[in-house]
Design a binder for this molecule. Structure first.
Ligand code: FES
Ligand code: FES
Length: 152
């Protein structure tokens, strides 16, 4: 049994020896974190562990025992979206959306440590994330838009 905090609530899972991503998507029923490559090459699986981006595809669930995990579901909801989620919609910063759950949590971590990032800082923070739809410029605009809203 492994216990950790998931999006603010304590959970206990039985899937020891399993990558965190599969536990989140399976036992925890969260479809936000995605499986892309399984090899730390695409960023689709990224979640926050104690506020820092982490690859859930290669991290064993035991590594988050006693720690705090945040997925895109923990950022906001349809009824109360996070400023990043509002900004991504406003800028239409996604097409298929497959990459966005990882990008959104990584952007949230960036804005938590740097409320006024320049484009270079956003590119650096999102560099581990592939977007095969080529939405990169809109994604950068959306992060800038959310940052401005959060500073206001
Ligand atoms: S699925 Fe984890 S980095 Fe691609
Ligand atoms: S919106 Fe399709 S991969 Fe990024």
């Amino acid at each position: 049994m492994v216990a950790f905090t998931l999006n603010g609530a304590t959970v206990q899972v039985v899937a020891e020896g399993t990558p965190l991503l599969h536990v989140l998507r399976g036992e925890c029923g969260l479809s936000g974190p995605r499986f892309g490559c399984g090899a730390e090459q695409c960023g689709a699986c990224v979640v926050l562990v104690d506020g820092a981006p982490a690859y859930a595809c290669t991290m064993g669930v035991e590594a988050v025992a006693g720690r705090s995990v945040t997925t895109v579901e923990g950022l906001g909801s349809a009824a109360a979206p996070h400023p990043l989620q509002r900004a991504f919609l406003a800028e239409q910063a996604g097409q298929c959306g497959f990459c966005l759950s990882g990008i959104l949590v990584a952007a949230a971590a960036l804005l938590a440590r740097d409320p006024d990032p320049d484009d270079g800082a956003i590119r650096d923070a999102l560099d581990p994330h592939l977007c095969r739809c080529g939405s990169h410029n809109r994604i950068i605009r959306a992060v800038q838009r959310a940052a401005a809203e959060m500073r206001a």
